[in-house]
Design a binder for this molecule. Sequence first.
Ligand code: ADP
Ligand code: MG
Length: 397
Amino acid sequence: MTVHAIDTAARARGLFAERFGAEPAGTWSAPGRANLIGEHTDYNDGFVLPFAIQHRTHVALGTRDDGVIRVVSTFDDSAVEVSLAELDALFPARRDEVVEWARYPLGVAWALLAASGQGAGSVVGVDLAFASDVPVGAGLSSSAAIEGATSSALAETWGLGLDRIALAQAGRTAENEAVGAPTGIMDQMASMLGRADAAIFLDCRTLDAVVVDLGFDAAGLELLVMDTGVSHSHATGGYGDRRASCELGAELLGVRALRDVTVADLPRAAELMDDVTFRRVRHVVTENQRVLDTVRTLREQGPAAIGDLLVASHASMRDDFEISVPELDTAVDAALRAGAVGARMTGGGFGGAAIALVAHADVQAVTDAVTAAFAASGFAAPTIFPVTPSAGAGRDG
Ligand code: ADP
Ligand code: MG
């Protein structure tokens, strides 16, 4: 565990003591994630290759005997307190009555009770205090981190006997129905299943997950996150539009999901749909292929050989899926010009972060070049930091 992580766990315990006037029974944590490749493929039943990062959300938990769940976070001054028996009435119908951030942990509690078939009366009440060092809204999935910390803590405390995939599914249910963000399951699976120095090759249809060694360090490489600081929102706008285009494309092609379409089918797809829908489809279909190619390349040649696939992924998101913004394009272009092996935007798009795979010796040059390019374009300074493929959710210590 890094010093950083210990600090954040201590902050969760400190917040618990300060707000609840007691010591917690334990702390659990779950990481954010970066996606190496496979963007907007998850909700198309396709392939993704994320890895858990060293930034984590920690939760300190204590039990209480009145059937109430109470949540606080360093992130926000509000405390939310609700009877466990009321969760069913709140979600999804009356979710607007709950302050937004608290819908994540309360939504997870609700989804876990539903998934395990436990009545609210058969589990103990809880106090939860969260602290996190996962940057929010940077495309690193602070949402999956708070969901994973919550589900790990509650499933163990409540003795639900659910496996990690079930906990990931509860996180997704919370995000889709309690928060109202129509996201796929990639983030939660990465946060649950992450391993040091490895990525998770996930088939989003079957939820089959295979650990793929990354070996960045052994190859002398680092993965940099370049956070543009441009905020995005999954709950509104472009993300939902892109999902709708994918569903339309699948319907016109007569398949269950775009996962069932291959690169060889694209000429036929072009005949069947308008140009915009076709380009959305082409992104998803080619991106799925790039994930498969990246996994094969990692296994056969190692991480230094995946650069072109990352660059092609970015071009597809910029030109076909149209989810990039000038800040992301600037970060990717400047990183590549300064010698990055590969670079691409990551996450849902419309802001957030890009990643760059960079040799140790070039990290400073890439950082300086991206920072200078932002200044030259009049953009606010980016935040650039390395991420390390790390372990998934669990009990601390
Ligand atoms: P991302 O997952 O890319 O960081 P999202 O919009 O999906 O961005 O999720 C961010 C939201 O998750 C925040 O606005 C907040 O509501 C909630 N959240 C994340 N981490 C915390 C935390 N530590 N405490 C409270 N709320 C959090
Ligand atoms: Mg999120």
